[in-house]
Design a protein around this ligand. Structure first.
Ligand code: GDP
Ligand code: MN
Length: 422
């Protein structure tokens, strides 16, 4: 999970890595206040907060010498989009008087599985090119996870890069702190570019790019809180908050299924029967009313979906419960307005089907029957508009458009025989 520069700098500050004085501009009218706090006599810098690189080149970093200048730069930045990422937040900081730009980063070498610290004597915006044009200005230090990053490793690298003597101690200190941060936060990537040599002779992190291993987020509640709500796509939102594996496709049969294998098979069968799946939607990691609710909501609000096919097979999952979950989900939504074809099979499926029949649903007996029925209901599939009806659905995703779905905790529970969901 990538985090924003301002969030990365907050973490750096906690770790003792020096960062410029700055604040997020929440509202334009706050600018005057923030400028007076941040400006140390050198003006200020406004930085668009986006989770992508190349911001400087895209003019996402601006300087200002006065409040008025700052306000006009703010207006320009807030209406910008950088590589498809709309700017929603702007960080205002003291402007540094940069004498030299270094690069300092930690990554994992995926071949050896070891953390690698990269130091360059020429940081800034063109560092990607540096490895080709000036390999002698770049040093790679392989850290041994048992010993951590050692002083002499950084010192030797800096000496090879021709760094001035007085920089060695503070540079080593920052490198070790960044390495420690990288390890403790289960980062995949942590980069300071530029690590700026300020006019006063001190080193300071002018930027922060950080990617934390999503699989380790449970160990870092402070990072989880940073989840960049508005940047999540519907796919990410469904996966991160509801454990639903959803991939949008261009057909018109909204498939809801359980298990990757069965979902793939169902997609194949739909295609063989002459239809086209609108998605891959695997609910097996969230067998709960909430899981089915979100799956149904998503497909019901897709304008290009003509029919929803639910094909659930319970091996360990008990289908008597699944029947109840689906009913509960449908009740919550207030029913779907697309034809719904349901096939339930597996452990205790007869009971599950009974529950649903009692509620007035007619169910298919076989997989083939369900697929054929769905394809027939799907019809010609001539859609031009494949968008999600945002007004109807977006509010239900926990992350989309700042609107939190009230009262629905994601159920991180897998209904594996015996254990009952909360
Ligand atoms: P990026 O392009 O997204 O990596 O954005 P950065 O935050 O790294 O900024 C890009 C460039 O802007 C840096 O390499 C610096 O040259 C310059 N820059 C950023 N902050 C400051 C600052 O406070 N003072 C000065 N003089 N230059 C800055
Ligand atoms: Mn940068």
């Amino acid at each position: 999970m990538k985090i924003f520069e301002y969030q990365g700098k907050e973490l750096f500050k906690k770790c003792g890595i020096p960062v410029p004085e700055g604040l997020i501009i929440e509202e334009k009218r706050d600018i005057r206040n923030i400028v007076s706090r941040a400006d140390k006599g050198n003006g200020v810098v406004l930085k668009a907060q986006v989770l992508t690189g190349g911001r400087g080149k895209a003019r996402g970093v601006r300087f200002a010498g006065s409040v008025a200048e700052c306000e006009s730069q703010y207006d320009e930045l807030i209406n910008m989009s950088i590589s498809g990422h709309p700017v929603r937040k702007i960080l205002l900081e003291e402007r540094l008087n940069i004498q030299q730009e270094f690069y300092l980063g930690v990554i994992v070498d995926t071949e050896t599985g070891q953390p690698v610290v990269i130091v360059c004597s020429q940081g800034g915006m063109d560092v990607e090119e540096l490895s080709k044009t000036h390999p002698e200005r770049m040093e790679k230090i392989v850290a041994d996870v048992a010993y951590g990053l050692l002083d002499y490793q950084v010192r030797a690298a800096l000496i090879r890069l021709g760094a001035r003597k007085e920089l060695l101690a503070p540079f080593i200190d920052i490198a070790k702190k960044l390495y420690k941060f990288f390890m403790e936060y289960d980062a995949l990537f942590a980069e300071i570019n530029p690590l700026a040599l300020n006019a006063g002779g001190s080193l300071i992190a002018a930027d922060a790019r950080i990617d934390i291993d999503g699989a380790a987020l449970y160990r870092h509640p402070d990072i989880q809180e940073m989840k960049s709500s508005y940047e999540a796509t519907i796919e990410e939102s469904l996966r991160d908050d509801y454990q639903l594996e959803y991939v949008e496709l261009d057909g018109n049969i909204g498939l809801i299924s359980g298990g990757a294998g069965l979902t793939m098979t169902a997609m194949d069968c739909i295609t063989l029967a002459g239809g086209r799946p609108a998605c891959f939607m695997d609910c097996s990691a969230n067998v709960s009313p909430t899981g089915y609710e979100m799956a149904l909501r998503t497909l019901n609000s897709r304008k290009d979906v003509d029919c929803i096919l639910m094909n659930i097979f319970g091996g360990i999952t008990r289908m008597d419960r699944v029947g109840g979950y689906i009913l509960e989900a449908l009740k919550k939504i207030g029913g779907v307005d697309k034809p719904l074809v349901i096939r339930l099979e597996g452990t205790d499926a007869e009971k599950g089907r009974e529950v649903m029949r009692k509620a007035g649903f007619s169910l298919c007996e076989t997989f083939e029957e369900a697929v054929q029925k769905a394809v027939a209901l799907g019809g010609s599939n001539e859609h031009t508009d494949q968008s999600i009806d945002q007004g109807r659905c977006a509010g239900h995703y926990r992350q989309s458009g700042h609107v939190l779905h009230q009262g629905h905790d994601p159920v991180r529970h897998e209904d594996r025989g015996g254990r009952h969901p909360r």
